[in-house]
Design a protein around this ligand. Structure first.
Ligand SMILES: NC(=O)c1ccc[n+]([C@@H]2O[C@H](COP(=O)([O-])OP(=O)(O)OC[C@H]3O[C@@H](n4cnc5c(N)ncnc54)[C@H](OP(=O)(O)O)[C@@H]3O)[C@@H](O)[C@H]2O)c1
Length: 323
């Protein structure tokens, strides 16, 4: 395993997504995947308080509930950092993110409390705002987050799926009030780049843009550390599975160019496409932590092996230059 840091705290350079655990991935498989991840040195796991409300019979808290149980059964405490998110749970059963709870002070306080209970912890390691809430002033959300930090209920704050201008507004608001700023950013990101003017198929997904990367670089140049966490890095299996076609937004000439170089580098290094993608992300500038979702131990093993794959600087540059 490789390691990196989130604001000084060491975590594995690969984060494991628990979105399907306890629902579409059955309990035995979910536990086997988590156990294997930890045995291989993995220390960073991701969930949310709404996973997976959209599957048949789903309530939205199956993943957190499963992780809480696993944590208790295995006696896992601080050695595994578990990140969760709030704000995207629908308020009307049977609907989607269009009726999300949002990021009001009341929701932030209530949802954080529910997550602490389900995960069986006094202090959440990392809490993200899952999606933008245009109806709540950012001051209200940041103030409520600050309250949680002040109470010791949350260690680290993050924002997911927010437009770059909102990140800047959140930073400015937090700093103006002497509050902890959100230092972890979570977006969809992979080696293949979508057209940013074409919508992604998954409701609520927001892709990291060149502007976001520029924001992170500029912040770091001013001494503000950020950690960028990249979800859906393997495009749900589309790099390797013929039955999982790339979605429409990837249908452009840059995809053809990038897949050609990806195959070249995979052949040179004796690795799979997925492994080269993960190795490219782990060598990314600005720094990126790939957040992989898997539905079997075999898929996890493929991802874990990527932590041993170091691309040469020339290979990394060649991959990056393809467009
Ligand atoms: N912040 C957000 O809005 C947001 C959004 C999405 C996800 N996330 C987080 O990011 C995590 C990862 O997201 P994700 O979309 O990658 O996970 P996911 O939705 O769980 O999908 C991953 C899927 O990719 C396929 N796959 C994984 N490894 C593979 C391999 N080695 N070979 C072939 N296929 C493979 C599997 O599909 P099959 O099961 O069909 O084999 C697997 O179920 C989630 O668990 C969640 O924690 C966050």
């Amino acid at each position: 395993m490789r390691y990196t840091t989130v604001n000084g705290r060491t975590v594995s350079a690969l984060c494991l997504g628990a979105m399907k655990f306890g629902s579409t991935t059955d309990a035995a498989t979910s536990a086997a995947v988590l156990d294997r991840f930890v045995e291989a040195g993995g220390t960073f796991v991701d969930t949310a308080d709404c996973y997976q409300f959209w599957v048949e019979g789903g309530q939205g808290h199956e993943s957190e509930t499963f992780l809480g149980r696993w944590r208790r059964e295995r006696g896992v405490t601080d050695e595994v950092v578990i990140a969760t998110k709030l704000g995207a749970q629908p308020t009307v059963p049977g609907t989607g993110v269009e009726t999300q709870e949002g990021l009001s002070a009341k929701v932030v306080a209530m949802a954080a409390e529910r997550s602490r209970e389900r995960l069986g912890t006094d202090t959440l390691d990392l809490l993200y705002a899952h999606r933008e809430d245009p109806l709540t002033p950012i001051e209200e959300t940041m103030g409520a987050f600050n309250e949680l930090v002040a109470q010791g209920s949350v260690r680290e704050l993050g924002l997911s799926n927010h437009r770059t201008w909102r990140l800047e507004r959140a930073r400015a608001t937090a700093e103006a009030n002497g509050w902890q700023r959100p230092r972890v950013l979570q977006y969809r990101y992979s080696y293949l780049q979508p057209r940013h003017d074409a919508p992604l198929e998954s409701a609520g997904h927001m892709h990291a843009t060149p502007e976001l990367m520029d924001f992170v670089r500029a912040q770091e140049a001013e001494g503000r550390e950020h950690t960028l966490v990249a979800y859906t890095p393997l495009l749900s299996g589309a790099y390797t599975k013929p039955d999982k076609p790339l979605e429409y937004s990837y249908d452009h000439p840059g995809t053809v160019a990038r897949l050609a170089v990806l195959d070249e580098v995979a052949k040179e290094s004796g690795a799979t496409r997925n492994q080269v993608v993960l190795a490219w992300l782990m060598g990314h500038e600005p720094r990126v932590i790939p957040l992989v979702g898997v539905s079997s131990v075999a898929q996890l093993d493929e991802a874990l092996e990527a932590t041993d794959l170091t691309l040469t600087p020339e290979q990394h540059s060649r991959l990056t230059a393809a467009r």
